[in-house]
Design a protein around this ligand. Sequence first.
Ligand code: 5GP
Ligand code: ZN
Length: 142
Amino acid sequence: MGSAAPAAPCIFCEIGARRAPAYVVYEDATTIAFLDIFPFTRGHLLVVPKRHVDRLVDLAPSEYAGYMGALAQSCRQVERLTKDYNIGLNQGKLAGQIVFHLHFHVIPRYDDGNPFGPSPRRPLAEGEGVGVVRDLGGPLRR
Ligand code: 5GP
Ligand code: ZN
């Protein structure tokens, strides 16, 4: 069920296997959550199954509960910042998917305008993630 390893190296597989750095805020045996490198807002997270699957429908039925539990746990951590957030999943190129390894976005919302409008989305600054991860109560690992 969508379990084939990707032909080319996959950045989210690399992060999940700790071979590539990320600001990790949550991790369990099957799921990892880390800061988006190009956040819409402070605390923008990606919640990623460690096993490489492209799409939600590729998960095995036995994997859904663990993945949704990890998503909920990530949301609980975001609620340390704000009770308002968007959860998003882009599936397919036409839907804006650019990393073809399943991930939910959790995007905190603040009372400072619409981050999805014309306001510029800027890269996570070097070192900036440390403070965000601390506020989210996550493990400080890069
Ligand atoms: P999507 O595929 O849903 O459009 O979004 C992929 C997301 O992954 C983007 O928001 C992008 O900023 C983020 N991203 C891409 N490469 C990396 C990376 O190497 N590290 C991290 N932390 N995020 C990444
Ligand atoms: Zn992958």
